[in-house]
Ligand binder design. Structure first.
Ligand SMILES: Cc1cc2nc3c(=O)[nH]c(=O)nc-3n(C[C@H](O)[C@H](O)[C@H](O)COP(=O)(O)O)c2cc1C
Length: 406
């Protein structure tokens, strides 16, 4: 299947642009053998390359290009199938934008195209070219330093519950994971994650339960969460708990139960955030919204977890405005390398900024993911890069420190 892939990247300082011709000659040879064609634009700082050919060949070459140390911040902006090649004339032509007058540059690029495509502006791939050539996208590049310019240093401040409260039944327990502001070196919140008493995750806890038993167990488990939070002394920090939306809908006294348990354990409603998963919220939206009103009236704040992972998308924010959203891991994974994920995350951030909704990113594992998200305007993070959940305790946090050599 004829595949088109476009990426952009940043030239490394140690790669002199006059060596480009030699690299392109070698690339041309390889591309010719692999039946891959395309065009490589260079503006003195950034590369922008279109590769087209059989799917496997394009992916193989792209993988090698990604590993090439002569450039960095390689971001895939477009990958799609096409009926014809757009730049089928050459193995790979280098087009140095600096050698052309501003007005003629776009036409000159398009003149390199296979005739059929020369002037078709509504072709998406060519629109990306236009944007690059006209340099209208630069402010969104968020170029980040290499991963090894940071060290992640543990603060060794872990806390383990010394004496487990009586509420720890044989049924359930909790692990706690910090949500951090890495640049301010501050833990902004702790999330209580349900575990079985032997430490298995939520699927194991809920397995075997049916119908309303699920909601009853879900609610009752919060008694343990608050008791443990009291025992490990969360202090004035914000505590996030997860609740199934239907628990609020099916159990009329749920909010009162939560309020009582919050008080018994020396916590206050204002420090509690209840997180709901996007997919579950949307299926019973009306009933859910009225239950949430009760939470809000009691001073408890509300967050949407796994935002962007379900089918509701941004429209959910028109129906229901939470205090916080947590961007789904699927969008966070390798966000520094993916143009589509960057575009979606930017839209979420912009929309939430207009609505004064706090955004946090979950499942952050790589320094590059964190750095890209910081540049894009996210400041709260949860993930193994900083701290994994600690069973019945608070884990130490690894804070980023910029290495002085940089
Ligand atoms: C901006 C840029 C564009 C490149 N384009 C191609 C290309 O189109 N085809 C190609 O085979 N190599 C290209 N390369 C070079 C590859 O990254 C890699 O060095 C080359 O494929 C040799 O890989 P190998 O030593 O693993 O065989 C490019 C490198 C850079 C920095």
């Amino acid at each position: 299947m004829l595949t088109t892939l476009i990426y952009r990247s940043h030239i490394c300082e140690h790669f002199p642009p006059h060596d480009l011709k030699e690299m392109v000659n070698a690339a041309n040879l390889k591309n010719g053998q692999a039946d891959v064609t395309g065009i490589l634009l260079f503006n003195g700082v950034h590369f922008f390359q279109l590769l087209e050919g059989p799917e496997e060949s394009v992916f193989n070459i792209y993988q090698r290009i990604c590993e090439d140390s002569r450039h960095y911040n390689v971001v895939e902006v477009f990958c799609d199938f096409a009926p014809h090649r757009r730049f089928g004339k050459a193995g790979m032509e280098l087009f140095d934008l600096r050698e052309y007058e501003r007005e003629e540059v776009l036409q000159s690029v398009l003149n390199r195209g296979t005739s059929k495509y020369q002037l078709i502006y509504d072709d998406r791939a060519l629109q990306f070219f236009r944007t690059f050539v006209e340099a209208t996208e630069k402010e969104n590049y968020f170029e980040i330093p290499p991963a090894d310019s940071w060290a992640f240093v543990s603060d060794d401040n872990s806390v383990q519950s010394a004496s487990l409260p009586a509420e720890i039944t044989t049924e359930c327990s909790f692990a706690f994971q910090p949500i951090v502001d890495p640049l301010a070196q501050k833990t902004v919140s702790l999330e209580a994650l349900i575990r079985t008493s032997s430490g298995e995750g939520s699927a194991a806890f809920f397995s075997g339960l049916e119908g309303d038993e699920v909601y009853k167990a879900d609610l009752k488990s919060k008694k343990t969460a608050f008791a443990l939070a009291g025992a490990i002394n969360v202090g004035a920090r914000t505590l996030s708990i997860n609740l199934l939306p239907m628990t609020l809908v099916r159990i009329p006294e749920a909010v009162n139960f939560l309020l009582e348990e919050i008080e018994v354990n020396g916590l206050v409603p204002e420090q509690i955030i209840v997180e709901f998963t996007e997919n579950e919220v949307i299926s019973r939206l009306e009933e859910f919204t009225s239950a949430v009103r009760q939470l809000k009236a009691a001073g408890i704040r509300v967050a949407i977890d796994h935002f962007g992972g379900g089918f509701a998308g941004l429209s959910l924010l028109a129906q229901f405005q939470p205090e916080r959203i947590k961007i789904n891991r699927e969008l966070i994974r390798d966000v520094h390398k993916s143009g589509p994920r960057q575009a979606i995350v930017r839209a979420i951030i912009q929309c939430c900024a207009s609505l004064e909704i706090m955004v946090s990113a979950v499942g952050v594992e790589k320094p590059e993911e964190w750095m890209w998200l910081e540049s894009a305007g996210v400041s709260h993070f949860q993930g193994h890069l900083f701290a994994a959940p600690a069973f019945e305790g608070i884990p130490a946090v690894c804070w980023p420190e910029m290495l002085s050599a940089m």
